[in-house]
Design a protein around this ligand. Sequence first.
Ligand SMILES: Nc1ncnc2c1ncn2[C@@H]1O[C@H](COP(=O)(O)OP(=O)(O)OP(=O)(O)O)[C@@H](O)[C@H]1O
Ligand SMILES: [Mg+2]
Length: 300
Amino acid sequence: MAEPSVQPEAPPQGQVGHEHHHGHDHTAHQHDHHAHAEAGGATLPPGAHPSFMRTIQQRQRVKEKLSNVKHKIGVYSAKGGVGKTTVAINVAYTLKQKGFKVGLLDADIDCPNITMFLGMDDAKMEPVIPLKPLEKDGIVVASTAMLVDELKRPIIWRGPIVAKMIGDFLENTDWGELDYLVIDLPPGTSDSPLTIMQVLSLDGFIIVTNPQKIAGINSIRSGLMAKRLGAPVLGVVENMSSGQPSDKTMEVVKTLDTVLLGTVARDGKIAEMTDRGRTHVLEDAGISRQFQAIVDKILD
Ligand SMILES: Nc1ncnc2c1ncn2[C@@H]1O[C@H](COP(=O)(O)OP(=O)(O)OP(=O)(O)O)[C@@H](O)[C@H]1O
Ligand SMILES: [Mg+2]
């Protein structure tokens, strides 16, 4: 068994440093240690903390890097295992089928699953800056799993490193022109999904829930958190549904003052296709119809 690799001591919280950038010529870097520097157009007061400056400057660079992406949509839930990755992939493919240029970002750094779901486990990005997402079925896909050699070897990322890494990853990746970038967010309401949401400044969220009561409570929590970050909740998808949305799901919709985008039925074929690395909407007309309805509602 391979030894897990452990990250070296993490920088203090929020310190999104630039020590590991390669070959950047952004002028912002030259100001890193000057509290008076320009940060995203704003002049900060003397004495502003350098880590604060770096965070703002990195956000600005990420924003520039993603300036040709028209819509950034996060797929999120507070709870793991409810179907975020499944929904993110199928929404992305359905948007592509409608003729949009689509990218798919795996922002779940601890457990990146997108490559496995798409049957591209061994696909690796050229480790040069700028990183180029890989194409699959006409969609451009990027995941940190594409930079790591041994997928099965656990990489123990400490929280602040995750936050820093997603920023570094985003500011160094060239997506080109896209109509939609669909982002598979990590679960939880902790530091890492929070930072990713802030670094990305998403245009909207899709909240994935399932019919159970506990899922409803968690979904309300995730939705409220997303709202607090200022991104609109586009709506709720009830996954593993019996067909009719549960009372709990409708309560989530009401509490978040949003809409039900649709339901995806619990269906053994979904897990089975996932295991084979096949994309549901490409292979199953019934599943495709459910995602068509969801995407139509998103585009509404
Ligand atoms: N509607 C469904 N019916 C049956 N199985 C499903 C359905 N949706 C997802 N699954 C299966 O449930 C498992 C979890 O789904 P998925 O990985 O998409 O969830 P997740 O929210 O991304 O999980 P994580 O929090 O671990 O990232 C997968 O094996 C998937 O194939
Ligand atoms: Mg997932």
